[in-house]
Design a protein around this ligand. Structure first.
Ligand code: RB5
Length: 146
C-alpha cells in the first residue's frame, strides 16, 4: 500500500506521529509537507495529495490540519475522492467498510497523538465490505461523472 501524507501548519506534529506509525506498519509513505515556518493554505496540500490518489499514484492519503475540516472539504472536491473526517475508532473502521474512503482527515487541535495513531492504523488496515454499499458508493461516482 502506498500512502501520501500532508498537513498544513496546524497539523505538522500529528503528521509526524502518523508518519512514524505508518513506518512501523511498513507502509510506503510519501510525506509532501508542509515544511513550514509560518501559515500555509490547506487546499495547497489537500488538492495535490488528493489528485495523486485519484490518478492512481497512491492508494490512500492522510491529511491533517487544525480541525481536519479544511482538508476534507478540499480533498472532496477532487473527482474520485471520498475523504472522511475521523476522530474516533468506530468511524475509522466504518468509513473504510461502508464508504470505501480513500482519504483520511484528522485535526491536530481536536485529538491527541495516541488516538490519531490508532485511527490511522485502523483506517489503513480495514477493508471495504462492498456488497450493499456498492450501490451507494456507485451513486456518488455516477453523480461525479454526470
Ligand atoms: C489554520 O489556522 C486552520 O484554519 C486549519 O488548519 C484548519 O483547521 C482548517 O480547516
Amino acid at each position: 500500500m502506498k500512502v501520501i501524507l500532508a498537513s498544513d501548519h496546524g497539523g505538522v506534529n500529528l503528521r509526524q506521529e502518523v508518519a512514524e506509525e505508518l513506518n512501523n506498519l511498513n507502509i510506503q509513505v510519501e510525506d509532501i509537507g508542509c515544511n513550514c515556518e509560518g501559515s500555509v493554505d490547506y487546499p495547497d496540500y489537500a488538492i495535490p495529495a488528493a489528485e495523486r490518489v485519484a490518478n492512481g499514484e497512491f492508494d490512500k492519503a492522510i491529511l491533517i490540519c487544525g480541525t481536519g475540516i479544511g482538508m476534507s472539504i478540499s480533498a472532496n472536491k477532487v473527482k474520485g475522492i471520498r475523504a472522511a473526517l475521523v476522530h474516533d475508532l468506530f468511524t475509522a473502521k466504518a468509513t473504510r467498510e461502508h464508504n470505501n474512503s480513500n482519504v483520511l482527515c484528522m485535526g491536530e487541535r481536536v485529538i491527541g497523538p495516541g488516538l490519531a495513531r490508532e485511527i490511522a492504523k485502523t483506517w489503513v488496515s480495514t477493508d471495504y465490505e462492498g456488497g450493499r454499499h456498492e450501490n451507494r458508493v456507485g451513486k456518488i461516482a455516477e453523480y461525479e461523472n454526470k
